[in-house]
Write a protein that binds this ligand. Structure first.
Ligand code: VGL
Ligand code: ZN
Length: 260
């Protein structure tokens, strides 16, 4: 038995080395640009970043992203849209209808932008109470018209997230409880993507969560800082530092051409 185990161990060792060598010499880098939620709701709509602390102008990411699309030879482009049903759990306006699920009861004490913990059958989540935003098929849920919108196809994917009324989805990969995947990971893996560059809105929520999940799903992950804006304009530096500590590379849009 010992002999068999040790032979197995040697084999495993050997094949591991071989795979590493093969991967190093032949694995091609495939680069994706991910554009998070460049929608009117976050620019001049119901959750406009300009209303946040040290208000930011979400529209400023558009020329930066357009330049990247035009100048940098990305292999794959992914657009996400925050895409909520009207009864979504993240809306402050829906707190009353979900009051039976508020941990500790007492739903009346909560205000817009507070965090509330909901528990109940199939529900266990801490949720910031956002103003109703990005409701499916409304005008403000559209991508901003100035953003270059490539037609969906071989190298272009569109991801609508936050569709489940009972759980939010900051990340374009996974819901906030990390249970249900969107199609993004599979779409990127199907195209052999190895490196992702994350841009868009908002840095401190959907961009950040997408970048962290990208690392967890095995992608070399970059955030292009001048192609992002945040909800809390006072905390951008801190958020970037935190992402860097978590393994994300923070780059400027002008550096991207040298990386690819
Ligand atoms: C977002 C808050 C709520 C975002 C989406 O796109 O960053 N933030 N829903
Ligand atoms: Zn949302």
């Amino acid at each position: 038995v010992l002999l068999i185990i040790s032979i197995g161990a040697i084999r495993a060792h050997k094949s591991e080395d071989e795979t590493t060598t093969v991967e190093r010499s032949s694995k091609k880098n495939v680069y994706a640009l991910i554009m998070i939620d460049v929608q009117y709701c976050f620019i001049n709509g119901s959750l406009a970043l300009s209303n946040g602390p040290a208000g930011q102008d979400g529209a400023e990411v558009i020329p930066v992203i357009n330049e990247l699309i035009k100048k940098v030879p990305f292999d794959v482009f992914a657009y996400s849209l925050d895409w909520h049903p009207a009864n979504h759990i993240s809306f402050f306006e829906n707190l009353e209808s979900r009051k039976d699920y508020v941990l500790g009861g007492d739903h009346e004490k909560y205000q817009m932008f507070d965090a509330v913990t909901y528990t109940g059958p199939g529900l266990e989540t801490t949720q910031i109470l956002w103003p109703a935003h990005c409701i499916q098929d409304t005008d403000e849920a559209k991508l901003h018209e100035d953003l270059i919108r490539l037609p969906a196809g071989d190298n272009v994917v569109y991801i609508n997230k936050g569709r489940n009324p009972n759980i939010d989805s900051y990340s374009a990969f996974l819901d906030n409880d990390k249970i249900e995947k969107t199609p993004l990971d599979n779409e990127l893996k199907a195209r052999n993507v190895t490196h992702v560059f994350v841009t868009g809105l908002a840095l401190d929520y959907c961009v950040g969560s997408t970048a962290i999940d990208a690392i967890n799903f095995g992608y070399k992950t970059y955030v292009i800082e001048d192609a992002c804006r945040g909800v809390d304009g006072t905390a951008i530096e801190a958020k970037l530092n935190q992402l860097e500590q978590d393994g994300v590379e923070i780059v400027n849009s002008h550096q991207v051409e040298q990386i690819i």
